[in-house]
Design a protein around this ligand. Sequence first.
Ligand code: SER
Length: 585
Amino acid sequence: MKAIEIRNKYLNFFKNHNHKIIPSAPLIPENDPSVLFTTAGMQPLVPYLLGEKHPEGKRLADFQKCLRTVDIDEVGDNRHLTYFEMLGNWSLGDYFKDESIHMSFEFLTKELQIPVEKLFVTCFAGDEDCAKDEVSANIWKEVGITEDHIYYYGKEDNWWIAGEEGPCGPDTEIFYDTGKPACSADCQPSCDCGKYVEIWNNVFMEFFKEKDGTYRKLEQKNVDTGLGLERMAMLLQGKETPFDTEIFEPIMKKLQELQKIDNIQSRRIVAEHLRSSMMIIADGGRPSNIDRGYVLRRLIRRMIRHLNKLQIDLVNLEELIKLNIDNLKEMYPELEKNKETIISVIIEEKEKFVKTLAHGEKEFEKEMKKMHQEGKKEIDGKVVFKLYDTYGFPPEVTKELASENGMTIDQKGFDELFKKHQEKSRLGSEQKFKGGLADQNEKTISYHTATHLLHQALREVLGDHVKQCGSNITEERLRFDFTHPQKMTKEEIQKVEDLVNEQIKKDLKVTCEEMSYEDAKKTGAIGLFTDKYGDRVKVYTIGDFSKEICGGPHVTHTGDMGTFKIKKEESSSSGVRRIKAVLIK
Ligand code: SER
């Protein structure tokens, strides 16, 4: 079964079980600078897991585009991916363990026709925070999983939380037995020898972990499940790796045709990183030296390095991108829609990188000279790391170049620095994720409301052609991109500022109403892109000044927001202007 068929079956199944199908949130979380990328289906749903009412109701399902960068350096083996698609279903204070497990079992055994003996499950073993999950185990037995296929593990395996703080709970994980021989007498689902593959995680989210490490019960008992699409496709197709499925096969084949040197890891890295880069770019990401942009930059550069390693001429890059878009456009129409942008962003980054590599080689030559003078034969770990970190030189390239010069490299020194760097970036992304869950504070909420006021003020001053193209909020400022053909004049900027400040001074009431998307449009509410919304939406109204479709949150009254000041008005891209503005208290 192809991945897209699995996705459709899943969504249909949950629709038939009274779930509303909601659209995938973008890979780049909106209005949330504290999170790098969407890493799980539950991430955009955190406010609703905490008790806020979701406009579509209490039973939801979707496919969510996800990107996890922690394992970026593992890509190339037979299982790690950075980009993946997660199928998920949620109960927001509606059904709990019984219905959730029954539905998962029915979907796997009836819809996907997986023989029950291939399924193994794990449940929470219990500790001082939460009892042993015998309830789930009993339900599993009831549906037909035999006792010898049920295992209990502690928090390290059967407890799910994003980061350190937030909604969480015990989970029950479903594993697929590939039929490979056991690696040892003790081989069991928790073993990662490859015999058992985790396919679905049902989290029973009824706790909240506080900053101080204590757990409190949430007001509602939720279910949060996640099923990895690529893995499921691989298993159902009897393939060894996701790279052997139709998602990657055409590009893998093409790379094999073009390569002059055979290297399966490199082919996988190119195929995987190309897909992730395309998905990020389609959702608005661009390469840069920080945060999200840096991840994209690393993905593209690593891909180029491995194309070089395969000795594939970089003139083929455009053809490879086009081939991949063609292959994936049915699953992700946004790739076809953004085709030209995807091609130009990747090609431009390639050109920059080719120059960087040339600089790196020069740097390497310099180091060589120095070492010759000092009579050294081994390149210091620090130098190897600098070449890696600053010039994108993988240590194996440095090693190769070194050996051509009759030298060796201090691999151990490099590994130590690399490990430290990895820990730092892992901590960084956990931090970012954690922040994203909790960080809707007074400041960011005010900026969010200010963004609506600004949007409407721009339309009044410049005209109705003004449409939001992007927005980004930090605790310090808002950034707003909108369509407008030319630079704003000083007078226009002043007028917009004044108009926003007038609304703040009026202390307008902010109200929120839920309605169907169609009704929202009829009320004249402005909003973003049409295909982003589900059937039911929230409309935020600010006095009689602004009406906009939005997920919130917002201030209740505009009075306390502070004074609005536009700090910068500049070009963002062709036909798009960018405003940076602050609220001064
Ligand atoms: N949040 C859980 C996970 O990511 C289930 O969706 O595994």
